[in-house]
Design a protein around this ligand. Structure first.
Ligand code: ZN
Length: 241
């Protein structure tokens, strides 16, 4: 079984479609780590596509914001404007679907969670080597996949010691080691590479690869501006930051 692991799509339909097309040849099924909406101009199309294509999806903070489960005071001004803009465009069925998503799920020997497995509802960011290594105690599966920071990276723990490899990379799982991986962001990468990012997890092969996929950035940017969302949300897509 090979899974495409998608996170932080953020209403960017151009990026989502490019990733799904890329994954079609490489993966048997799709998993989603949340933040399907927020920031981008196509929340409805992204929610419907994820609901149709992903076999398992967990909730992100943007799902909780749009569904009224998270106070918007926790958001920065751009995220708040985007959440309010998104909320106006989703109907009751969409909001009901997003509100019902679980905070964590298990697929094969992996835990799926948007932020940190420690307290998923607190939306902590795993940024440093220590952040990730401390989170291993909070999941019992061999693997854990996260998103939230929009920056790919792989932490691992085993008898030969802890390891943290920031940045996109491929890893073949070693016997006796456990792994925590951030698969990067489909719709709003922040690691200075504007291409969409997603993870390819080969369960039997014991491998994870972070893939980068070019997409029609200018088209996604024009829709953000035309929709009346903050221009900064358009500008950052071409910087990948
Ligand atoms: Zn996000």
């Amino acid at each position: 079984m090979r899974y495409a692991v998608l996170s932080d799509i953020h209403g960017n339909l151009e990026a989502l479609e490019a990733v799904l097309a890329h994954a079609r040849a490489e993966a048997d099924a799709v998993l989603c780590l949340g933040d399907v909406v927020g920031y981008g101009a196509d929340p409805v199309a992204c929610v419907e596509l994820v609901a149709e294509r992903a076999v398992t999806t967990v909730a992100g903070n943007h799902e909780h914001a749009v569904a009224g489960l998270l106070d918007l005071d926790w958001f920065n001004p751009y995220a708040r404007v985007a959440a309010e803009w998104t909320r106006e465009r989703l109907d009751g069925d969409h909001v009901g679907y997003l509100a019902a998503l679980p905070l964590r799920a298990e697929v094969a020997d992996a835990t799926l969670v948007h932020a940190s497995p420690r307290h998923p509802e607190e939306w902590d960011y795993l940024i440093s080597a220590a952040d990730g290594l401390e989170a291993f105690a909070a999941f019992s599966t061999r693997l854990c996949f996260v998103g939230h920071s929009h920056v790919p990276g792989i932490w691992s723990l085993g008898s030969s010691g802890p390891e943290y490899r920031p940045g996109p990379g491929d890893v073949t799982f070693e016997h006796g080691r456990r792994y925590l991986a951030n698969v990067g962001s489909v719709g709003q990468p922040r690691d200075h590479d504007p291409r969409a990012a997603y993870g390819l997890w080969d369960v039997e092969g014991g491998r994870l690869a972070i893939r980068r996929v070019p997409y029609e950035i200018v088209r996604a940017q024009r829709k953000i501006v035309a929709g009346g969302l903050p221009r900064m949300l358009s500008d950052r897509l071409s910087r990948g930051a």
